[in-house]
Design a protein around this ligand. Structure first.
Ligand SMILES: Cc1cc2nc3c(=O)[nH]c(=O)nc-3n(C[C@H](O)[C@H](O)[C@H](O)COP(=O)(O)OP(=O)(O)OC[C@H]3O[C@@H](n4cnc5c(N)ncnc54)[C@H](O)[C@@H]3O)c2cc1C
Length: 312
């Protein structure tokens, strides 16, 4: 049976849902080995379809840039003769993947939205206008997968656990973390992790309250077009698109957003797209599964009230 390594992703001591998504993809390829650097996370991993947990000891990866993580994974690729390594498509994940590909002389595919049993991946490229199926042809398949690309399947029991002590070179420790600043958090889910995203654009005219109200009633994250973030109406950290974040939620609601190619690049792989726009000719309607032609200041409060009433 093929051995697959997945790199456990965690935020604030909590294993991210994306780890379960990696496990779900890995399960169709072979035996799922979850690699973790913090032993305190092990108990959370039984929630996902993981066969074996490898706890890397002897290195405090929080002190360094991703060098030691990549070096540890490279050693595990060799020890386990791994067929594939799956990593979450975050900026850190992609850095680990790049270093790992160099260290193992392997091919790399980033920002995939799926990988099948034959290690063939799917990517949306050129602003989402083209779908590419690709596979690594040299070495181990190093693949980063976008969050929210699959619904994680549940674990069916406790995985086995083993310890691994990697040998970390001095060169890998050259990138040192000198200080960290916790991200300012609201009560809403992280944009790239959320299963529902409600986004506002220039059509909000700077008033995001109706967008936030719908987001809160649905437990959703709030996104924004670049027109909205450039105008200073919403923080740049919430920008969705080519030069912002890429999201792939179960539901994306675009409110007062025209649907420019650069915005589509960041949300086109969403499973269900709803557009609210007062211009029936807006290009976002070409992409949307459902469209409401109307003023967002009329539509959103009604939707929020109806959902609240249904929940009550
Ligand atoms: C190199 C480059 C990178 C870029 N990267 C990004 C990116 O990452 N993300 C991004 O979003 N953009 C990006 N852009 C900008 C992009 O081209 C568009 O300008 C931008 O997405 C437009 O934002 P918008 O849809 O909010 O505004 P607009 O295009 O002005 O559209 C506003 C929409 O709101 C509708 N509207 C107005 N009032 C209402 C109302 N009351 N109710 C309902 N609908 C209403 C209008 O009919 C219109 O369709 C980039 C551009 C470049 C050149």
């Amino acid at each position: 049976m093929s051995e697959v390594l997945i790199l456990v992703d965690a935020v604030d001591g909590k294993v991210s849902k994306s780890t379960g998504e990696l496990a779900t993809f890995a399960k169709v390829i072979g035996k799922v080995n979850a690699v973790v650097f913090d032993a305190a996370l092990v108990s959370q991993l039984s929630a996902y379809a993981i066969d074996n947990v490898i706890v890397c000891t002897g290195v405090d990866v929080s002190k360094f840039s991703p060098g030691p993580i990549a070096q540890s994974l490279a050693q595990l690729v060799s020890t386990k003769s791994a067929t594939a390594v799956l990593i979450t498509s975050s900026s850190k994940g992609k850095e680990v993947a790049g270093r790992l590909a160099v260290a193992t002389n392997s091919g790399i595919i980033t920002d995939a939205t799926s990988i099948d049993a034959d290690l063939v991946t799917t990517q949306a490229v050129f602003g989402g206008s083209t779908t590419v199926h690709a596979a690594v042809t040299h070495g181990t398949s190093i693949v980063t997968l976008r969050s929210n690309s699959i619904e994680p399947i549940a674990g069916s029991g406790s995985p086995t656990t083993e310890e691994f002590t990697p040998t970390i070179s001095e060169a890998a420790k050259l990138g040192v973390v000198t200080s960290t600043q916790p991200a300012v958090k609201g009560g809403r889910p992280e944009l790239t992790e959320a299963s529902i995203v409600i986004s506002g654009g220039r059509g909000t005219n700077g008033d995001f309250k109706p967008v936030e109200a719908l987001a809160d009633v649905l437990g959703a994250a709030v996104g924004a077009s670049r027109a909205a973030t450039d105008a200073g109406w919403y923080p740049h950290t919430h920008q969705v698109g080519q030069t912002g974040k890429t999201v792939s939620p179960q539901l994306y609601v675009a409110c007062g957003i025209s649907g420019a190619i650069q915005h589509r690049a960041g949300m086109q792989t969403s499973k269900m797209i709803v557009a609210i726009n007062k211009d029936s000719e807006a290009p976002i309607f070409d992409l949307a599964d459902y469209g409401v032609i109307g003023d967002l200041f009329n539509v959103l409060p009604q939707a929020t009230a109806a959902i609240s009433a249904k929940k009550a």
